[in-house]
Design a protein around this ligand. Structure first.
Ligand code: SF4
Ligand code: SF4
Length: 101
């Protein structure tokens, strides 16, 4: 069977607030918190991207250098845009609620 290379995840420590949401989303217990920052054990990670999707600060991203297909960046960008749109909608709804108070 061909060896399929897994994509690893990168934590941007400058963005990570250590909230632990990603830790709870990981099916492989690959994430731990050290000094209030998430840390990912590449040997456990299966590349499911639950952590990428759950992080409210977009602090976790797939390592693009792991992928040679050339299609990943577009897909990743679309996912990120979709998450940003959702957050903008949430913020808009919150602002509208505040206005009616
Ligand atoms: S969910 Fe994001 S901000 Fe929270 S610990 Fe994980 S990487 Fe850091
Ligand atoms: S990609 Fe999946 S397996 Fe890897 S650290 Fe994130 S949640 Fe865990």
């Amino acid at each position: 069977m061909a060896d399929v290379k897994r994509k690893t995840m990168h934590v941007n420590s400058a963005l990570c607030a250590g909230c632990g949401l990603c830790l709870n989303s990981c099916p492989k217990n690959a994430i731990s918190i050290h000094l209030n920052k998430a840390r990912i054990d590449d040997s456990r990670c299966i590349g499911c991207q639950n952590c990428v999707n759950v992080c409210p600060l977009n602090a976790i991203t797939p390592n693009d250098s792991d992928d040679s297909s050339g299609t990943w960046k577009v897909k990743d960008l679309r996912n990120r845009i979709e998450r940003i749109r959702e957050k903008i909608s949430q913020l808009s709804r919150s602002v509208e609620k505040l206005k009616t108070r």
